[in-house]
Design a protein around this ligand. Structure first.
Ligand code: URP
Ligand code: ZN
Ligand code: ZN
Length: 458
């Protein structure tokens, strides 16, 4: 397959420039001022941006949670991702109790194979370890799973003790991998939740009130100390508060290799949302929780100053009208998680770039290039370079639309950003040179997404 994209403005993390681009056999093969070849398809991208496909390194597709599952599987989730300009995901394969991590990886491979429209990799959520920890980590790294999520929250189900975190840090240091941490102090939160329930404080708002910023910051501090002692790299997922950010910065200032990720829900939503009447607040129940408004400014500052390297979605959709209602009587029974895979680039573009908070290049850096770099996919993904995969988005900077669950493509009955006005849209999306979206219409007929074996560069 050969295709020329002409007259567009190419945006990378480093620069913006007018150029033509030639795609051959799934790769970008030429980036030059004027490419003309007879008898091959050519797209005129005048007035448009040519950006690398988005790389979302935090998704939970087809993920069991108790008796339910996250509502998007690899088919609906990756289709929605592509509509929003994301062409690579790294999904969290999840170990169940008593299950070897290799079996969990096989399960996730089966979930994705032949269903995913875009390329995908896996992290592994480890909830228990045994005598074979080092062998298991080494084996997964051989398979291209180079990042491992551990929970400091949810005692009794997902939480692991600091001793285990330290062991996994040592192991990843030895074999070449990265620990991703869900940093919330699970014991402290559990006792606050018990108190709230005992006192009859049961509405969704108490989800946020029982997980105050201090519980996040305390966990980040502990995690940074553990990484320092192990001399290992650490990636804090879904950073939501100014206090947690300060702890990451303190670690970075002390030469601990700690990366930070935030998500749109912490940049745009707040405690006002979880306080919505008629149980609507349940839509905004995810962890860490929404915060007071002032945290948003701190997080944007963290993005600009590079304390935070990545914006991912933590896409984990549950329906409002069924799943979220499981917690109608008690906030701690509401499934934790929210949708977002489709709207990350939209939101960062409109409320970041158009609002003058970040540059076009920072937009690409945080949502495409840095995630690819940190998680071992660069320069295959996350950039526009000769030799990179032709995962390309033609972005119309002027097209206006309104985010709504009535028009989105995610398989979930609400949108966290309902009614948000956006100027900027992914109008054409290519995955390895193959059209998924063409002039706004879905044309991706093959579920040709490939598993990405990743390498950790340190
Ligand atoms: O509430 C959330 N974030 N659900 C997904 C799992 C996680 O902790 O990332
Ligand atoms: Zn988490
Ligand atoms: Zn998550």
């Amino acid at each position: 397959m050969k295709l020329i994209i002409k007259n567009g403005t190419i945006i990378t993390a480093e620069k913006s420039f007018r150029s033509d681009l030639l795609i051959e056999d799934e790769k970008i093969t030429h980036i030059e001022g004027n490419i003309t070849i007879d008898n091959i398809e050519s797209i005129d991208a005048s007035g448009k941006y040519i950006i690398p496909g988005g790389v979302d390194v935090h998704t939970h597709l087809d993920m069991p949670m108790g008796k339910i599952k996250s509502r998007d599987d690899f088919e609906s989730g990756t289709r929605a991702a592509a509509f929003g300009g994301t062409t690579t995901i790294i999904d969290y394969a999840t170990q169940s109790r008593g299950m070897k991590v290799q079996i969990a990886l096989d399960e996730w491979r089966k979930k994705a194979a032949g269903k995913s429209f875009i390329d995908y990799g896996f992290h592994m959520i480890i909830i228990e370890t045994g005598k074979t920890l080092n062998e298991d980590i080494a084996e997964l790294i051989q398979e291209g799973v180079t990042s491992f999520k551990l929970f400091m929250a949810y005692p009794g189900t997902l939480m692991v003790e600091d001793e285990i975190i330290f062991k996994v840090l040592e192991s990843t240091k030895k074999f070449g991998g990265l620990v991703c941490l869900h940093a919330e102090d699970g014991n402290e939160i559990d006792s606050l939740v018990r108190q709230a329930v005992t006192n009859g404080n049961l509405s969704p708002m108490y989800h946020a009130l029982t997980r105050p910023p201090k519980t996040e910051a305390d966990a980040v501090r502990r995690a940074v100390n553990l990484a320092d002692r192990a001399d290992a790299s650490l990636y804090i997922v879904h950073v939501s508060s100014a206090e947690a950010l300060d702890e990451i910065k303190r670690g970075q200032d002390n030469n601990v290799k700690v990366y930070g990720e935030t998500c749109p829900q912490y940049l745009f939503l707040s405690i006002d949302d979880i306080e919505r009447k008629n149980f609507e607040g349940a839509k905004y129940v995810f962890t860490p929780p929404v915060r007071e408004n002032h945290h948003q400014k701190a997080l944007w500052d963290g993005i600009k100053s590079n304390v935070l390297q990545v914006v991912a979605t933590d896409h984990c959709p549950f329906n409002f009208n069924t799943d979220k209602r499981l917690g109608r009587e008690r906030f701690d029974k509401i499934p934790n998680g929210g949708p977002g895979i489709e709207n990350r680039l939209h939101l960062l573009y409109e409320y970041g770039v158009n609002a003058g908070i970040i540059s076009l290049n920072q937009w690409i850096e945080k949502s495409c290039t840095n995630p690819a770099r940190i998680f071992g996919l660069y320069p295959q993904k996350g950039t526009i370079e000769v030799g990179s995969d032709a995962d390309i988005v033609i972005w119309d900077p002027e097209m206006e639309h309104i985010i709504s669950s009535t028009t989105h493509h995610m398989n979930v009955d609400y949108n966290l950003y309902e009614g948000y006005k956006i100027r900027g849209q992914a109008i054409t999306v290519l995955s390895r040179g193959n059209y998924l979206v063409k002039n706004g219409l879905w044309v991706g007929d093959t579920r040709a997404g490939k598993y990405l074996k990743r390498y950790f560069y340190g």
